[in-house]
Ligand binder design. Structure first.
Ligand code: KIV
Length: 271
């Protein structure tokens, strides 16, 4: 019988150990103090301050507009709330693709100003130089392959990636390159489950999937989607664990009715 090891603090080594023991890794996004506090209380292993903040927090159509300073603002709010989880911050579009020196100074800025533990970058071979340079500064890097939303205008659509042989082969070789470069984990987004499982078995670092099936080492979802705050996004891979939209709407309508009807505040709710 395998005994689940209790970690006081999740580190990159801890999730590596989890992979070795066959324990699944839980990861979820958070962007603010109050949510991150609940996520940490739930003992989710990894918190991703995702650039999906651009969509769910700021209402942009894509992840492209969010800035480095905005990511640092979200990340530092999360850091103040968390005691246990490993905190990974997305490097935003434009902050690492230009040249590797700029990538390093932007990664250092994120680490210094937010207090987070690691950064995540989208891409393989084409950004390898940036990844290597960031790693030389002692900053842990998580990779991200498959559907990479920062490249949406190149893909033109959010459909499943790497269904064709050529793209699947490129993804497998990118995963190997990221492992060899020293990334501590890789997110695989929206690719066939069989391919994701093959990658997870072929590398020693944890593979965290989103829409990549159950054969990987862990799962990640966007918190607004899985708690049903957003009701207009329902891809096949998304399991909804709550309908917070409904609960919040009811609470707010009840509050409005109580204000209008002068039921709130009552004599016990005043000084
Ligand atoms: O920004 C994000 O939320 C992500 C996840 C979808 C993995 O990168």
């Amino acid at each position: 019988m395998s005994v689940h090891k209790e970690f006081k603090k999740i580190t990159t080594n801890a999730i590596q150990e989890m992979k070795q023991r066959g324990e699944k890794i839980s990861m979820i996004t958070a962007y603010d103090y109050s949510m991150a506090k609940i996520v940490d209380e739930a003992e989710i292993d990894v918190i991703l301050v995702g650039d999906s903040a651009s969509n769910v927090m700021a209402g942009h159509e894509t992840t492209l507009p969010i800035t480095l300073d905005q990511m640092i603002y979200h990340a530092s709010s999360v850091v103040r709330a968390v005691e246990r989880a490993l905190i990974v911050v997305d490097m935003p579009f434009g902050s690492y693709q230009g040249n590797s020196k700029e990538a390093l100074s932007n990664a250092i800025k994120i680490m210094k100003e937010s207090g987070a533990h690691a950064v995540k970058l989208e891409g393989g071979q084409e950004i390898l130089e940036s990844i290597k340079r960031i790693l030389t500064a002692g900053i842990p890097v998580m990779g991200h392959l498959g559907l990479t939303p920062q490249s949406i205008y190149k893909f033109g659509t959010y459909v499943v990636r790497a269904k064709e042989e050529e793209e699947a082969e490129r993804l497998k070789s990118d995963a190997k390159l990221l492992e060899e470069a020293g990334c501590f984990a890789i997110v695989l987004e929206k690719i066939p489950a069989s391919l994701a499982e093959e990658v997870a078995q072929s590398v020693s670092i944890p593979i965290i999937g989103i829409g990549a099936g159950g054969g990987v080492d862990g799962q990640v979802l966007v918190i607004h989607d899985m708690l049903g705050i957003n009701n207009d996004f329902s891809p096949r891979f998304l399991r909804k664990y709550a309908n917070l939209h409904q609960i919040m709407l009811e609470g707010l309508k009840n509050y409005k009715n109580d204000v209008v009807s002068k039921d709130f505040p009552n004599t016990e709710e005043q000084y």
